[in-house]
Design a protein around this ligand. Structure first.
Ligand code: GUN
Length: 278
């Protein structure tokens, strides 16, 4: 059993980006919009800001209050679309209930959609004409790739069908010729699908949701669950699954750090495209 160490790989990726960014006097810029007081979102946004500062990406943070209107957010996005210092725009999700995230995200200019969540980016990914992929799915593929794990012909089961994780992740695996099953809370006989998986991805949000009996011998387990406990964060996967897995991602230190590293990479790639370097 081997750990897929997202912390170490994310560190390497960030160090490489930092060196690249130092070579140019022009700097990439990332704008992050946070609406409301969701404590988890605040933590993530602060981590993104800190990482930007660390590697030489200019961070522009916009903290708007809970009651902000859709119109106000869209106007801000339009300003950022036209701001030459900014190469990436991210609206932290989830948004407060009165806001329609689908509507809002569509106003992000395609060339600055470093979060990969607009219809154009998701459509391009589906067509294997990828520009920006959402960061968590891209982080998972990058991690598997780093450990030379073959995907072609493998059975992949994903438990999550969100726009941000499950759907784009399914596209990325399909583009790499895996056979993909996407499950969710309404899936009948979930175990039938998890047991056939060579690679199992769980993004459910329930502690110990995946147990040993649900998993095939030597399966590769990717834990996207983030569950808060008194002692810190924990994933979806029970300890006993490690007895059976060939590889697994720890929580924390697996997929999480990769997500932020991919956001930095997408922002740097956008900067290069805007400056005609790529
Ligand atoms: N909330 C949790 N993860 C993410 C992410 O990758 N992007 C955005 N925009 N919001 C998130």
């Amino acid at each position: 059993m081997e750990i897929l160490d997202g912390k170490v790989l994310a560190n390497q990726i960030r160090d490489n980006l930092k060196l690249e960014i130092q070579k140019n006097s022009l700097k990439p810029g990332l704008a992050v919009i946070l609406v409301g007081d969701n404590p988890g979102s605040k933590v993530y946004v602060n981590m993104k800001e800190k990482t930007c500062n660390n590697i030489g990406i200019k961070s522009f943070k916009y903290e708007l209050n809970e009651n902000t209107t859709e119109e106000k957010i869209i106007n801000l996005i339009k300003q950022l679309n036209n701001n030459q210092e900014i190469h990436g725009i991210l609206v932290q999700l989830p948004l407060p209930k009165h806001l329609n995230s689908n509507n809002i995200l569509e106003h992000i200019k395609e060339t600055k959609d470093v979060d990969g969540l607009t219809a154009v980016s998701l459509g391009n990914l589906k067509k294997n004409n990828e520009s920006f992929s959402p960061c968590t799915p891209k982080g998972i593929l990058t991690l598997l790739n780093h450990y030379n794990i073959p995907l072609k012909g493998k059975n992949v089961t994903i438990i999550n069908h969100s726009n941000i994780v499950g759907k784009p992740l399914a596209s990325l695996f399909l583009n790499n010729h895996a056979t993909v099953t996407v499950c969710h809370e309404f899936t009948d006989n979930l175990v039938q699908h998890t047991k056939q998986a060579d690679i199992l991805i769980s993004g459910v949000g329930k502690i110990n949701f995946i147990t040993e009996d649900m998993v095939k011998e030597n399966a590769i387990i990717i834990d996207v669950g983030i569950n808060k406990t008194e002692t810190g964060i924990q994933g979806d996967v029970h300890e006993n699954v490690k007895n059976k897995a060939s590889y697994f991602t720890p929580v924390p230190g697996g997929v999480g750090p990769m997500t932020i590293a991919m956001l930095m990479m997408n922002t740097y790639n956008s900067f290069k495209r805007h400056n005609g370097i790529l």
